[in-house]
Design a binder for this molecule. Structure first.
Ligand SMILES: Nc1ncnc2c1ncn2[C@@H]1O[C@H](COP(=O)(O)OP(=O)(O)O)[C@@H](O)[C@H]1O
Ligand SMILES: [Mg+2]
Length: 356
């Protein structure tokens, strides 16, 4: 991409010095995030995700590396901004968290207004802005409620309105849906997606759930033990995960793991006959549209008994996964498999017939 990334983290190290030992929470991580991205960072607890994103607004000062935000170098082995610049820069970056972090003695409206304290707006302008922000997150009718009177999803909406008070270009979401039920999670994710589209907001989305990345992100980074182990577009990562950890994350998101248990219990699979094989097919983009299985029947008289199928739309591209038993003459079966591969479909033979 020719346009310079809005967030550039280069070779970031974060080491916590403790009495007995040093903890290297982030190790030599380089991530570039483009304007308008919804960028997912996934990894298990303790992987270093929160520490890494706190580096973006220098809430966490790294031990080494270089940070460039919207063209401005903020850290180059040392902080390069003065106090005033740093405060100004932090206003450009909104943040939301798992536990909302609202002030319980203030109403929804007052919580949002609090973020405008140093905005230089008049009282009337502030009031108008708060109204606009609560409207933006769909909470106009709750302005006078205290956090204790709001549901989890509503609290997170207040927190989002507050995070957007100073018109940031970047919103960091650190496990912001982890305390919410699945339905509310979907609603909050839809709101983030909407804000991304409407405002051109760049969203950095930390989560331990690949499903969330799959739902709204366009790029994803996978972290393990402080290191970045894999990075790419959601489409690339979901269709060709390279690392074992990434594959694990994806399996839980796609549900094939669960399906495989059931598939293996089916008689047709348990007693797979000679001349049959159990295959897993994966395809992305155009090849989805081709009636490949019809085609191999016509050309090779190989039949397909589909046991599992799933199609997801990832970043506007259909990605499908299928498990099927292919049956036919031995030679023609082999030819059919070659034809499937030639059509750009990934094929893995899970089990061959006539073998134990
Ligand atoms: N302020 C801190 N002092 C010491 N160790 C910390 C601190 N913050 C995080 N850590 C350690 O750094 C590692 C990464 O933590 P964290 O960034 O919170 O991971 P994640 O967000 O992926 O769960 C963990 O081992 C954690 O215990
Ligand atoms: Mg964390």
């Amino acid at each position: 991409m020719s346009k310079e990334a809005i967030i550039k983290l280069d070779n970031i190290d974060v080491t916590f010095h403790q009495k007995k030992r040093d903890i290297k929470a982030v190790k030599d991580v380089t991530i570039h995030i483009n304007q308008g991205d919804i960028y997912g960072i996934v990894g298990y607890s303790g992987a270093g995700k929160s520490t890494l994103v706190r580096v973006i607004n220098l809430l966490q000062v790294p031990s080494a590396g270089k940070i460039t935000i919207d063209g401005q170098v903020t850290y180059d082995n040392k902080v390069t901004l003065n106090g005033g610049q740093l405060r100004e820069q932090r206003r450009e970056i909104g943040m939301i968290f798992q536990h909302f972090n609202l002030m319980s003695q203030l109403t929804a409206e007052q919580n949002v207004a609090f973020a405008l304290k140093h905005s230089g707006l008049s009282k009337e302008e502030k009031a108008a802005k708060v109204t606009k922000l609560l409207d933006l997150v769909g909470l106009s009718d709750r302005a006078q409620n205290y956090p204790s009177q709001l549901s989890g999803g509503q609290k997170q909406r207040v927190a989002i309105a507050r995070a957007l008070a100073n018109d940031p270009k970047i919103l960091i979401s650190d496990e912001s849906t982890s305390a919410l039920d699945p339905k509310t999670t979907k609603q909050i994710l839809a709101l983030l997606q909407d804000l991304n589209k409407k405002l051109g907001l760049t969203v950095v989305l930390i989560t331990h759930e690949m499903q969330i990345v799959k739902d709204i992100a366009n790029r994803v980074a996978v972290m393990q033990n402080g290191k970045l182990i894999e990075e790419g577009s959601v489409l690339e990562i979901f269709s060709h995960p390279k690392q074992e950890l990434t594959q694990d994350f994806i399996k839980t998101a796609i549900g094939i793991e669960e399906a495989m248990v059931k598939i293996e219990q089916q008689d047709v699979v348990k007693n797979l006959s000679a001349g049959s094989c159990l295959v897993q097919l994966k395809y992305a983009g155009t090849s989805t549209d081709e009636p490949i299985l019809n085609d191999i029947y016509k050309r090779f008289e190989v039949t397909a008994n589909i046991l599992y199928g799933n199609i997801e739309i990832l970043d506007n591209v259909p990605v499908g996964e299928m498990v099927a038993v292919l049956s036919g003459d031995k030679v023609r079966l082999e030819q059919a498999c070659q034809a499937i591969l030639a059509a750009g479909v990934e094929l893995t033979v899970l089990k061959e017939g006539g073998q134990a």
